[in-house]
Design a protein around this ligand. Structure first.
Ligand SMILES: O=C(O)CCC(=O)C(=O)O
Ligand SMILES: [Fe+2]
Length: 342
C-alpha cells in the first residue's frame, strides 16, 4: 500500500519533469518564467513537504536522544562505573580542585526523569503478593528462598532481640554521634541527606534544631540520611547487629541509613534506584508503609498494600520495585536504622 503510493508519486514527478523540458525546448519559455509560475511553486512546495517528513522524524529522534537518553546514559556510565568515576574525579580536580565524591550530587538526575526511564518491573514477581508476611524465627534458608530477592515484603517481629538501640537511640544520641567537622554533617554524595518534610538542607542543620522543634512543639520535621562517617558507624554498630536472618555470605558492606521524625509526617511516594533490597529496623515509634505496585503491573499485582511496623520489628522489602510512602503514627518520634544487602 505504502509502496504503491510512493510509486505513483514518482511517476507524477517524472511526468512533471518531462513537461518542463518540453516547455523549455519547444516553446522557448525561460527557466525563470517556469519557476515563477504559481502552479509550479505550489507543486514544488507539496513535494518538498512530503520529503521533509522523514528528516523531521529523524530530527525528532536525534533531539530526543540528545536531550534525554544520552545524558541519562552518560550519567549512569560516569556514576556507576569505575572508569567513569575516575574521569569525573580528574575533571573535578582540574576544574574545582575538589573530588568527584564531593561534587556528584550536583549532577544527579531529576527524580521525574529517573522515574520515567526506570527499568520496568517484571510483574510475575508481585502477581502472588497478597500482603506483607509477619514471621518470627526466620531461618537463613527461608529468608533466601522466600524473601531475600523477591517482591514479597516481610516483617520479622523478633529481629531486634538483644539490641541496645531501643534504649540508646534518640535525637540527643545522634547529635552526639557526629563530631564537629565530620564530613557526614555537610553535603557529600556518599552521605546522602533527604530533607523530606523539613526545612533542613543537611544533617548538620537538622541536628542543630532547637530542643522545642526536636520534641515536636515547633515546626515539623522528618528526615533520612545515609551514614558515611566511619567513627559514627562504629558507635551505631555497638547498638545493633546485622539481622540474624540475613545469611553471613550476603554482602553487608553497604552504609547504614537512618530515618527519623515526628508523628504525622513521613516520606512521600517514590521508588528508589539503590542496588538491592533493604532491611529497616523500627527502633522507636510506629510507621505505616503504603506500598503501590508500579503502573505496568496494575491488573496483575495488588495495587496498594498498607502495613504498620511496630517498635522491635524489622521490615524487608525491595524499594526499587514497590513505590512506597510512609507515615509515622502514634505519639513517639520514629527512629529507624537499616541497610541494603546483596
Ligand atoms: O522510612 C521511611 O520513611 C522511608 C524509607 C525509604 O524510602 C526507603 O527505605 O527506601
Ligand atoms: Fe525509599
Amino acid at each position: 500500500m505504502q509502496n504503491g503510493v510512493s510509486d505513483s508519486k514518482d511517476r507524477i514527478v517524472e511526468s512533471f519533469d518531462s513537461l518542463i523540458s518540453v516547455a523549455l525546448k519547444d516553446f522557448g519559455i525561460s527557466e525563470e518564467d517556469i519557476k515563477n509560475l504559481k502552479s509550479v511553486q505550489s507543486f514544488k512546495n507539496q513535494y518538498k513537504e512530503k520529503h521533509d517528513e522523514i528528516p523531521r522524524a529523524l530530527l525528532f529522534v536525534v533531539v530526543l536522544l540528545l536531550s534525554v537518553a544520552i545524558p541519562i546514559f552518560s550519567h549512569q556510565l560516569l556514576i556507576k562505573t569505575e572508569f567513569g568515576y575516575h574521569v569525573l574525579d580528574k575533571y573535578f580536580n582540574f576544574t574545582t580542585g575538589s573530588s568527584a565524591l564531593d561534587e556528584l550530587c550536583l549532577i544527579q538526575i531529576p527524580y521525574s526523569a529517573f522515574e520515567a526511564f526506570r527499568p520496568p518491573v517484571f510483574c510475575d514477581e508481585c502477581a502472588n503478593v497478597e500482603g506483607v508476611h509477619r514471621v518470627t524465627n526466620l531461618t537463613h534458608e527461608e529468608f533466601l528462598e522466600i524473601y531475600a530477592f523477591s517482591m514479597q515484603p516481610v516483617i520479622v517481629t523478633d529481629g531486634q532481640v538483644g539490641w541496645t538501640a531501643k534504649e540508646s537511640f534518640s535525637f540527643e544520641f545522634f547529635r552526639n554521634v557526629y563530631s564537629e567537622g565530620s564530613r557526614a554533617l555537610e553535603r557529600a554524595t556518599d552521605c546522602q541527606f533527604f530533607p523530606y518534610e523539613s526545612e533542613f538542607q543537611n544533617l548538620s542543620a537538622m541536628l542543630n534544631m532547637s530542643k522545642d522543634q526536636a520534641n515536636g512543639s515547633e515546626r515539623p520535621w522528618y528526615v533520612g540520611w545515609s551514614n558515611c562517617d566511619g567513627k559514627a558507624a562504629n558507635i551505631l554498630r555497638k547498638h545493633y547487629e546485622f539481622p540474624y536472618f540475613l545469611p553471613p555470605d550476603l554482602d553487608h558492606s553497604k552504609t547504614d541509613w537512618v530515618f527519623m521524625g515526628l508523628p504525622g509526617y513521613g516520606a512521600p511516594n517514590h521508588i528508589d534506584a539503590v542496588d538491592a533490597s533493604s532491611w529497616q529496623a523500627q527502633v522507636k515509634g510506629t510507621k505505616k508503609w503504603i506500598l503501590e505496585a508500579p503502573p505496568e503491573c496494575y491488573g496483575t499485582c495488588r495495587q496498594r498494600i498498607e502495613i504498620v511496623v511496630e517498635p522491635g520489628d524489622i521490615i524487608v522489602l525491595d524499594t526499587n520495585k514497590w513505590f512506597h510512602s510512609t507515615l509515622i503514627l502514634g505519639n513517639e518520634t520514629s527512629i529507624v536504622i537499616g541497610s541494603e544487602y546483596y
